[in-house]
Design a protein around this ligand. Structure first.
Ligand SMILES: [Zn+2]
Length: 225
């Protein structure tokens, strides 16, 4: 079994689950969905003595991506001082570009400050694999909540990061102009459910779960699988 550790930091008024995952030996870490409050994320990184090697985004909503630019700035300053390259900021799928370009407008709509529009170093596509030491995060495109939503699947350790696709007891909202309920159900049915009942997941809000528990008991999936 590949050793790993995780931590979750709920950020913004939406209590979005910013995730840290790292290798205990090397302390190499990935940060997934730093939606805000970069100072609290940096405090956790320093307290845990982690080396941030990746920043990943599941989708372009403000509470998932709004802190990414500031966080990358702080991480890059430390890395450059140590003679290292800037940290790669990857994802989501390019179809969420319009959301990343309007984070500041989304934030002002909610009366939130400090969140920033952001462009990744590279958008991600279905099927590619992002490595962090021995950990391998497979990218799956799971549209519906947003057009460019992706999830990160680590099959070896049986852990996935699914953003706002699937929740414990629910599914992502699709009541935005760009939302697509049928696409979301199709992505959950055809891409998440086949990951296997023992696959655990961290979601964007609230407690995580497993595919098996949600297959058996999620009211939003009954009759849809
Ligand atoms: Zn969202």
């Amino acid at each position: 079994m590949i050793p790993y550790q995780t931590a979750t930091i709920p950020v913004t008024v939406f209590n979005q689950n910013c995730s840290l995952i790292w290798e205990p030996g090397s302390r190499q870490a990935a940060i997934i969905d730093p939606g805000g409050e970069p100072g609290r994320i940096i405090d956790a990184i320093n307290r845990l003595n982690l080396k941030v090697e990746l920043i990943l985004l599941t989708h372009g909503h403000l509470d998932h991506a709004g802190g990414a630019k500031a966080l990358k700035g702080v991480v890059d300053a430390a890395r450059l001082a140590a003679g290292q390259e800037p940290v790669p900021l990857l994802g989501p799928d390019v179809r969420d570009l319009f959301l990343l370009d309007t984070i500041e407008a989304q934030a002002s709509h909610f009366g939130m400050t400090g969140l920033r529009n952001v462009h990744p170093d590279r958008f991600l596509v279905e099927g590619e694999v992002i490595e962090l030491g021995q950990l391998r995060f497979e990218v799956l495109h799971t549209p519906g909540h947003t057009p460019g939503h992706v999830v990160f699947v680590e099959r070896q350790i049986r852990l996935s990061f699914v953003g706002d696709t699937l929740f414990h007891g629910g599914i992502g909202r699709t009541d935005f102009g760009y939302g697509d309920y049928d696409a979301l159900i199709t992505a959950i049915r055809d891409k998440l459910m086949p990951l296997g009942d023992d696959m655990e997941f961290v979601c964007g809000h609230g407690p995580g779960s497993t595919i098996g528990v949600e297959r058996a008991s999620n009211p939003a999936l009954q009759g849809n699988l």
